[in-house]
Design a protein around this ligand. Structure first.
Ligand code: SF4
Length: 365
């Protein structure tokens, strides 16, 4: 695991902040990181008009919105208003498969639409855009991954949900971040050695938690990889009592500073359970909509990334999740564009490790 930032690189003095990559006073820095609940992409009138149009389309098409926590707050709000769901990728998969709607509109990224279609081949699945992908999916091309697996035939192949249908079809197990540790721990208990793909930070975290024998694919999420220990230590110098909540796709040096490491759902739970009044949250900013809704009396700070002038590509905001908006969601439903298809034989193979995951969750519930 490579992480260029030392765990000891911070300072307890707010003076250190002025000389860091973050310019301005300590107060300026904190203000820049405090999350302000709002629907910044739309005026109230725009939202109401889009909501009216989409609600009518959902009824007409017998459809439900399945949205990820990282999508625009307006999409999350609309999903809730119309009986859809806002959740992590595991719950999205379960909800979509169990829902009686004949049509699903999946607001998220490509692998989520594919997963919905694989689990519910009889339903029509649409997405606001088919262009929204994921750096982890892109970082794990099937040809290279399959060759890697072929080199290690004695290993059980466990892949993260953030992968293509083809990669899932090559796997023995699919996992989400909320159950990765439990599944690998279970497999380790059976004496199995593991190939893990594609997120190397999550893989290293799971390996550390379970002690399992794991070979890690080398890919990262461009959003979480940008969180830096130094930035978090700088912010903690201003808010020393804030707890740090981090998604395990973040680098090991960030996880080492965290009071709780977990999936998006587990981060929301932690914010509610822990006694702290303030939290520094290392995951996509989209989650702050739910955090402030479910835990309204606490304050949330966006974890710093590389800082001004650094190499931040995403700054706690997934560029692919951000491609979903109310217009393309409505257009997709109205014009029947952006339908998700997965080739039948491939879907049948990918279903096996997905179903294994859902059965595992069910057995443990
Ligand atoms: S936040 Fe990261 S893991 Fe999630 S969709 Fe975006 S690039 Fe992929």
């Amino acid at each position: 695991m490579t992480d260029q930032h030392s765990h000891n690189s911070g300072s307890n003095s707010s003076d250190a902040i002025a000389t860091s990559a973050y310019s301005g006073s300590a107060e300026d820095i904190v203000k820049r990181h405090i999350y302000e609940p709002s629907l910044p992409s739309y005026t109230e009138a725009e939202f109401n008009s889009a909501a009216e149009r989409i609600t009518a389309l959902l009824e007409k098409e017998n459809a439900a919105i399945v949205a990820h926590y990282y999508t625009d707050p307006a999409i999350q709000k609309l999903a809730e208003m119309t009986g859809g769901i806002v959740s992590d990728s595991l719950e999205m998969a379960r909800f979509g498969a169990a829902h009686k709607a004949q049509t699903l509109i999946v607001a998220g990224v490509k692998f989520m639409g594919e997963t919905a279609k694989i689990l519910s081949p009889e339903k029509r699945v649409f997405m606001p855009t088919l262009e929204a992908t994921c750096s982890l999916d892109l970082g794990c091309p099937i040809e290279e991954f399959s060759a890697f697996c072929d080199q290690h035939p004695d290993r059980t192949v466990v892949v993260y949900a953030n992968t293509s249908a083809a990669v899932k079809a090559r796997a023995d197990w699919v996992v989400t971040s909320s159950i990765a540790v439990d599944v690998v721990d279970y497999l380790d208990g059976l004496g199995e050695k593991i190939i893990w793909a594609p997120d190397k930070h999550l893989g290293a975290y799971v390996q550390k938690q379970t002690g399992a024998d794991m070979l890690l694919w080398d890919s990262t999420c461009i959003v979480h990889d940008e969180f830096k220990a130094k930035g978090i230590l700088d912010l903690k110098a201003v808010y020393p009592n804030a707890a740090v909540l981090a998604h395990p796709e973040s680098p090991a040096s960030v996880l080492a500073l965290a009071d709780r490491v977990g999936s998006t759902t587990q981060i929301i739970q932690a914010a509610s359970e822990l006694p702290h009044e303030q939290f520094i949250v290392a995951t996509d900013q989209g989650i702050f909509y739910k955090l402030t809704q479910l835990v309204p009396n606490k304050q949330f700070l966006i974890a710093p990334t590389g800082g001004a002038g650094a190499t931040c590509k995403s700054c706690a905001n997934c560029p692919w999740m951000a491609m979903n908006d109310l217009d393309n969601l409505a257009n997709s439903l109205e014009l029947k564009t952006n339908e998700v298809f997965v080739e039948e034989a491939l879907a049948a193979r990918a279903l096996l490790p997905l179903q294994r995951m859902l059965d595992f969750v069910k057995a443990g519930a």
